[in-house]
Write a protein that binds this ligand. Sequence first.
Ligand SMILES: *Cc1c(COP(=O)(O)O)cnc(C)c1O
Length: 408
Amino acid sequence: MRAEEHVAAFGTVAGELRVGGKPLSLLAAAVGSTPFFAYDRGLLDQRVDALRAALPPSIELSYAMKANPMPALVQHLALRTDRIDVASALEMRTALDTGLDASRISFAGPGKHPDAIARAVASGVLIEVESRTEIDRVLAASDALGVAPSVAIRVNPPFAVRGSGMRMGGGPQQFGIDAEEVPRVLRHCAGAGMDVVGFHVFAGSQNLSAEILAEAQRSTVALVLELASALERPVRYLNLGGGFGIPYVERDRPLDLAAVGAALHTLVDDVIAPHLPEAAPVIELGRYIVGECGVYVTRVLDRKVSRGTTYLVVDGGMHHQLAASGNLGQAIRRNYPVIVGNRAERAASETASVVGCLCTPLDLLGDALELPRAEIGDLVVVFQAGAYGLTASPTAFLGHAAPMEALV
Ligand SMILES: *Cc1c(COP(=O)(O)O)cnc(C)c1O
């Protein structure tokens, strides 16, 4: 998707990008310092509404908060989604603090510390166990506390999901219990008197193909139908994972949400409702909910020309927005959408590279971009910064101040 399409989604006012209803320069003054991240509530709400409109009404929407754990944003989403998925003890605390019922919080991730497991049992959070060891730790915590735990099994499926930016299922994995081991593990749970409510299958992240996502969901439900016979009680929890991607670079096309929704309607009507009638199907999304609502805003500190190449040196960089620099697991570096936010309606008039303030050539936010001429003091905006931004970046690298975050 091109930068202009992102500008259109946010809108403009007085020739500037509009974020949270304000012209960008006014927002920068309100925040008080650059660089900063801003997350637009209106766009967040639009995204949740679009998901609700496309997905079958029986689907519960879970926010995977590792994408963006800012407490105010998590609180905002706690009131608009059905569940929150957490992957650490601190995330679990943030989710509980929203007031969301603990039974609507799920705790996934390998290597859950025994203390974190005990906190989850004490809180009544649904624990998605990823190994035999974790099951035994849940049982130990439950015995010690005298509280029955809430448990689902995270399954490593026998299939992988093609086209995922990050594969998290199929073949050997640190995630989940191999599907072929699950019946034996369930017998162990039953022997210990542990009620397992259902299954979680999350096989991959950042997928832009509706067809592949639908195929993964069908395979997941088929797998759960097989595993269901090994459960003592009916399946009550059916976490289908998520993996909905967003278009980070120009050649990416947005996911066809209507097509994903149509396939899920068929799957619910034909398989889930008739064969797993007590199962609450869950779709769990991080970046798809928050990624596009966020911008990373930096200020031009210097403008220099080196042997014919123009550089805009900004006061932020890869220490805050690692992904845009191409260093967060990307095989090939491609530009994220970048604009001069206070000149959002100006036509491009030069080719310039945007570099951060770290003393390393890796700190590149935009390579050979077509931009209107930017001056010192202008605001350079990186789009697609709402997910895996600040908390997925090496903020201590070079010792610069932490950026502000604003929910606007
Ligand atoms: C990271 C993660 C997610 C969210 O992935 P996105 O690509 O941000 O949607 C969902 N579920 C689990 C278990 C995860 O680990």
